[in-house]
Design a protein around this ligand. Structure first.
Ligand SMILES: Cc1cc2nc3c(=O)[nH]c(=O)nc-3n(C[C@H](O)[C@H](O)[C@H](O)COP(=O)(O)O)c2cc1C
Length: 340
C-alpha cells in the first residue's frame, strides 16, 4: 500500500510540465495554458485558492459526541460525501504526463468509485479524446458523468447522440470552454449557448443536465430558465478569463438566489475537506476538485486516487464533528466566518 506522499513523489516524476508544488495554488504555473496553470497572469487560479483561506470555521464541542454522516444523494445515487472529481482532460499536453490518457482516466474513475465518489470525465478536440471517456461510461453504465464541450450545435447534437447511447449518470457542459486557449489554437468550433439551445440539449438528453461555468446571477437565472438540473459555479480553474472573481466569493450570492431550484456545485482551488466544508456552509450542494485528483491518478492510478478521496472524506467528517454538524443539513452559514 502506497502513502499519499509516495503518490505525490511519483506524480512529480511522471510529469514534465506540472511542478507538483507543495500547495497547488497557481503561483508557479501562472499563465501556463496549455499547461496546468491559469490564463494570462494566472491571477484567477491564484485567487480561487487564496480566497478560500479567508473563510474560517467555528468550532463547537459542548454536546454529546456522535458519529457524523457525510452521505449525499447525487441524482439518485448515495455517495460517501458531496465531493466529486472534476473533469480534466489532455494530461499529456497539460501536465507533460508520461502516464497515458486512458490509464489516467481509468485510475481516476476506479479510484473515485471505490471510495463512493462520483467522477466527471472531460472531452477534447480530437475524436480519441471524446471516445475514451465514452467507453468508460459504457462499461460502467450510469455511474459517471460525461462533460461535453460547448461545440457549435451542428457538431454537438450528433455527439450527444453518442453520449446518450453510453448511458452516463448525468451529462455536464463546460460552457466556459469557449474561452480556452488550447481549443482556440486547435481551431475547433466551440461557442456560447442561448437559453433555447440549452433547453433543446436538456430535452434531448433525458438524464440530469449540469451546466458548468456559472459565475453571475444573470447566468444562474438563464440556467434556471433552461431547466438545468445543476449548475457548477466555476471559472474553469482560472483557465478561461484572467482577473476573474474567485468562485468562493460569488458562491453565497448564487446559492441564495437559486434557493434550491436546482443543485449548486462549485469548484476552483478546493484542496481539503475543510475547503469543502466552507462551500457547503455557503450553500453549495457539493464540490468538484480538479488538479489534485489528476495528480493522484498520474502518481498512483486508482490506488493514489482512492487515498486522496479517502483523505478528503475523513477531513470533511472531522470538520463536521468539530463544528457539531452531525449531518450535511447541520452545516449552516453560522458554521463559518467570511473575511472578504
Ligand atoms: C489541465 C486541466 C484540464 C481541464 N480539462 C477540463 C475539461 O476537459 N472539461 C472541463 O469541464 N473542465 C476542465 N478543466 C477544469 C476543471 O474541470 C475544473 O473546473 C478546475 O480544474 C477546478 O479547479 P481546481 O483544479 O483548482 O480544483 C480542466 C482543468 C485543468 C487544470
Amino acid at each position: 500500500m502506497k502513502t499519499l506522499e509516495e503518490v505525490k513523489i511519483q506524480a512529480r516524476a511522471n510529469m514534465s510540465i506540472c511542478k507538483m508544488c507543495k500547495t497547488c495554488n497557481g503561483e508557479v504555473c501562472r499563465g501556463w495554458t496549455p499547461g496546468p496553470g491559469g490564463k494570462g497572469t494566472g491571477s484567477t487560479f491564484v485567487r480561487n485558492v487564496a480566497k478560500l483561506k479567508e473563510v474560517t470555521l467555528n468550532m463547537r464541542l459542548i454536546r454529546e459526541d456522535q458519529e457524523v454522516d457525510s452521505r449525499f444523494d447525487f441524482f439518485g445515487q448515495v455517495i460517501s460525501a458531496p465531493i466529486m472529481a472534476a473533469p480534466i482532460a489532455n494530461v499529456k499536453i497539460n501536465y507533460g504526463s508520461s502516464v497515458d490518457e486512458l490509464t489516467y482516466l481509468n485510475g481516476l474513475t476506479d479510484g473515485c468509485l471505490s471510495q463512493g465518489l462520483p467522477v466527471f470525465l472531460g472531452d477534447g478536440a480530437n475524436r480519441e479524446a471524446f471516445e475514451m471517456p465514452l467507453k468508460i461510461h459504457q462499461n460502467l453504465n450510469k455511474q459517471t458523468i460525461m462533460t461535453i464541450k460547448p461545440w457549435t450545435m451542428d457538431i454537438l447534437m450528433p455527439k450527444l447522440e453518442e453520449v446518450k447511447a453510453c448511458s452516463p449518470l448525468a451529462v455536464a457542459m463546460d460552457i466556459d470552454a469557449a474561452g480556452l486557449i488550447l481549443l482556440k489554437k486547435q481551431g475547433v468550433p466551440v461557442s456560447f449557448k442561448t437559453v433555447e439551445e440549452l433547453k433543446a440539449i436538456k430535452a434531448y438528453l433525458g438524464v440530469p443536465f449540469i451546466l458548468k461555468g456559472i459565475l453571475t446571477l444573470e447566468d444562474a437565472q438563464a440556467a434556471l430558465d433552461a431547466g438545468v438540473d445543476a449548475i457548477v459555479v466555476s471559472n474553469h480553474g482560472g483557465r478561461v478569463l484572467d482577473d476573474c472573481v474567485s468562485t468562493i466569493e460569488v458562491l453565497e450570492k448564487i446559492t441564495t438566489f437559486v434557493k434550491g431550484r436546482c443543485k449548486v456545485f462549485v469548484d476552483g482551488g478546493f484542496r481539503s475537506g475543510s475547503d469543502v466544508f466552507k462551500a457547503l456552509a455557503l450553500g453549495a450542494d457539493g464540490v468538484l476538485i480538479g488538479r489534485p485528483f489528476s495528480h493522484a491518478s498520474i502518481g498512483g492510478q486508482s490506488e493514489g486516487v482512492a487515498l486522496y478521496a479517502d483523505k478528503l472524506i475523513q477531513e470533511l467528517k472531522e470538520c463536521m464533528r468539530m463544528t457539531s454538524c452531525i449531518t450535511l443539513k447541520d452545516i449552516k452559514r453560522s458554521s463559518v466566518n467570511v473575511h472578504f
